[in-house]
Write a protein that binds this ligand. Sequence first.
Ligand code: OAD
Length: 232
Amino acid sequence: MPGKKVVALTGAGISAESGIPTFRDAGGLWEGYDVTEVASPEGWSKNPEMVLDFYNQRRKKALEVLPNPGHKFLVDLEEYFDMVVVTQNVDDLHEKAGSTKVIHLHGNLFQSRSTLDPNLIYEIQGWELNIGDKCEKGSQLRPNIVWFGEMVPSMDLAIQETLSADIFIVVGTSLVVYPAASLLEYVGDSVPKFIIDPDLPEIPNKPNLNLINKKGSVGMKLVYEKLVSHYQ
Ligand code: OAD
């Protein structure tokens, strides 16, 4: 059974090879959509139909795609390590691949939430959430996504996990959105850190940093082999 703790912070890049476009690469998700319109409380008040439609399209796409080897290597590591995946992604590809401990910092595409009582959270069946879909107290449902300017409820848990990590992996994130990006600051100096990205983000120089300039599937294979042979 697993001994050392491995925490992996993932972003849109890990789902890129499954066919879900990233946010900030050319042709990224926001193209054609103004971020402030589709991912903010202000945008929701102004045009809820547009916001629901945006996430309906994302959900439809997420239902069509499959996890890729990048996700699967994180599952395979569970055989050797106490694995925790902290993801900024709202898709369910980590779960579909088989990861058992996944913290979704930015919410979940397949859940809706009451606009009256944030504790009322429901699973979405299929891909549509529409105007008129209401919680048990009669108020409109919104996607259970953390929008810009909103609190990140799972951040404390993610920080706790990060503080106890023996090994830290980052896959496919531009590390520009906070507080998610700040998790790296909680990783101890002596902890080996593996950063996988075909277009590596800027990272302050830290001890024990291993930069892997590859896409998720290739980089995760390298890291998987290294961890299993050196760090168990
Ligand atoms: P970004 O789109 O900002 O960054 C994606 C990263 O993935 C970039 O660094 C790419 O170089 C990298 N990438 C591209 N293809 C890859 C591949 N095949 N394998 C590995 N990496 C690859 O996405 P995030 O950092 O996840 O928030 O964005 C953070 C947050 O910004 C998102 O969670 C979202 C957005 O606003 C919300 O929706 C609240």
